[in-house]
Write a new protein. Structure first.
Length: 558
């Protein structure tokens, strides 16, 4: 099933805006939405909310949705990011109507800028960025006008043409809109429309020496594409006045004017959502790449093993609001666990093995036992596992002495081996350093699981998993924790956000022992290592490396 088919957006204030517009005369055929990523990094979980929102509205109102790359800064953009963005959206289960680029409109944007100059509403400013910023002032008092604000139209046209042809160096001058230097909205204080960037563009090559700012390109691109509703996160609310001003100054009678409205962005605990800071982690080598399974990127979550349907379910639960808040990362884990429990194949894997020897089991005997592949779904069937005298169990599943709350193996007490027999700890063997190297136990031969005998139904308090030492595979397993120790890594303004990185966010077990059925795993399937969590083959490594997606349970309820 296409993941987008499962979306059921509860009606929110944005949906009500659309319905009100339809009630007030907007034709349903004029509805068109867009998802407008900047190709300067990989998409993260916050973008997933916007993807689900816009494509969800497309589904709800049977309206097209454009994918538009706002590629206005060639210094930070690349085709690698474009390809990754398209892959992520497709993986989530969505398909765009038109693939668009702001760079497709560079000629039109330039012509509109010339039109503003001719109307006396734009001018070339030869001041430095520092001088411009200082003259803008603060919201509580008026800014100062640029000494170049009243240049003649003919001079501005000449200078802007020279900017276009590369006669100036970056920083020599910019094109600014002439609006209101006394406006309490800082974005209306003669914002920059064009700056000089002498960098080759991934689509237009070296044609342009000047590039439009986000504010100048965004609304006009919406207008060119006739987007009916441009939904942005709350940080763009103060940009809306400028968005409307630009549109009013290029508007042709009879065309649709896009409407910008804002919603709260997705903030996730123990996570950074700034692409600039995520890029810093990548470039400094603190993570292995944009798709590092610890990253909040969609590709990182996919590599970690989070299903697309879990991300969509998470976005549904988060919903759409007007107020910023921080969503607990545990909610994403909960949604992931809910999905994986239903679709994962079960396997037994011992991460930190210690040898277990059943003293009263025949030396050369080996038997096949039956285990369920998924107790949630009988259609997954069963699998065979082998059992013999020598096994591996988890080192943490045994204590020589334990209190009453320890329900795993200890000396003198019984525990059941999953899908097998009840055993009792008898004695241990230790190495020269005093570490347990072998555990000796006895078993009840009548207690075999599923045999139907009264002994097989005998209850003991603990059940542990195991792997046959005579029939296993060595694999590597990555166990992930949160990337940051701080719940809000961005809130500490005095320290670098990287100071709160969790040094223990990755622990690797290179000698884990898995049942032989591990050889049958597939990249597009999900697995539960019994009692250890949900795991996925690492898509970039060998077929013997697994990433833990999420633990089996969490104490929080949602």
């Amino acid at each position: 099933m296409n993941n987008s088919d499962s979306i059921n957006l509860n009606e929110n204030f944005l949906e009500q805006i659309i319905k009100n517009d339809l009630s007030n005369g907007l034709d349903n055929t004029d509805l068109r939405f867009r998802f407008p990523p900047e190709p300067n990094g990989f998409l993260h979980i916050g973008h997933a909310k916007s993807i689900c929102l816009n494509f969800g509205f497309g589904k709800t109102f049977s309206a097209p949705v454009n994918l538009r790359f706002d590629d206005t800064n060639p210094e930070k953009e690349s085709t690698e990011f474009i390809d990754a963005i398209k892959k992520d959206i497709t993986w989530l289960g969505f398909q765009w109507d038109s693939e668009c680029y702001a760079s497709d409109y560079f000629d039109q944007l330039y012509d509109w800028a010339v039109m503003l100059i001719k109307k006396g509403k734009a001018y070339v400013d030869s001041q430095s960025q520092e001088e411009i910023s200082e003259q803008r002032g603060v919201p509580t008092s008026s800014g100062k006008k640029s000494p170049h604000r009243d240049r003649e139209v003919i001079e501005n046209l000449d200078l802007f043409e020279k900017m276009k042809k590369g006669h100036f160096k970056p920083g020599d001058c910019v094109l600014r809109a002439k609006i209101d230097m006394s406006s309490p909205n800082m974005h209306m204080r003669d914002p920059v429309l064009y700056r000089i960037i002498n960098t080759s563009h991934h689509r237009t090559n070296d044609k342009w020496k000047i590039y439009p700012t986000y504010d100048w390109a965004h609304g006009q691109s919406d207008y060119i594409e006739q987007i009916s509703h441009s939904f942005c996160t709350l940080e763009f609310e103060v940009h809306r006045e400028l968005y409307d001003w630009f549109l009013q100054n290029i508007y042709d009678e009879g065309k649709l004017l896009p409407k910008q409205r804002e919603f709260a962005r997705l903030n996730l605990s123990y996570t950074i959502m700034s692409k600039r800071k995520l890029s810093e982690l990548v470039e400094s080598g603190l993570v292995s790449g944009w798709d590092d399974p610890r990253m909040p990127t969609i590709s990182g979550l996919r590599r970690r093993g989070v299903p697309a349907s879990a991300i969509i379910a998470f976005c549904e639960k988060v919903g759409v609001s007007k107020r910023e808040n921080i969503i607990d990362f545990a909610l994403l884990d909960f949604c992931t666990r809910e999905i994986l429990n239903k679709i994962s194949y079960r396997l037994m894997v011992v991460l930190d093995p210690v040898e277990l020897i059943i003293e009263n089991y025949e030396n050369d005997k080996s038997e096949n036992l039956v285990a369920e592949n998924n107790p949630e779904d009988e259609s997954y069937g069963n699998r065979e596992i082998t059992f013999s005298k020598k096994l591996f169990i988890e080192r943490e599943d045994f204590k020589e002495e334990a209190n009453r709350k320890f329900f795993r193996l200890t000396l003198g007490k019984e525990v059941r081996l999953k899908n097998a027999y009840i055993i009792k700890g008898e004695r241990v063997e230790k190495d020269a350093e005093g570490n347990i190297s072998k555990i000796y136990c006895s078993y009840d031969p009548k207690s075999k699981s599923g045999s139907g005998s009264p002994e097989s139904l005998r209850k003991v308090k603990g059940t542990i998993h195991w792997v046959d030492k005579n029939n296993y595979e060595n694999i590597s397993v990555n166990i992930y924790d949160k990337l940051f120790n701080s719940e809000s890594p961005d809130d500490d303004k005095e320290n670098d956000f990287k100071d709160s990185l969790n040094e223990n966010s990755l622990k690797t077990f290179n000698n884990a022992c898995a049942e032989k059925n591990i050889n049958n795993v597939e990249f597009d399937k999900y697995y539960q290592f019994q009692r250890k969590g949900y795991f996925k083959l690492d898509s970039k490594k060998s077929d013997k490396i697994f990433n833990r997606t999420v633990t089996l349970r969490d104490n929080k309820k949602f």
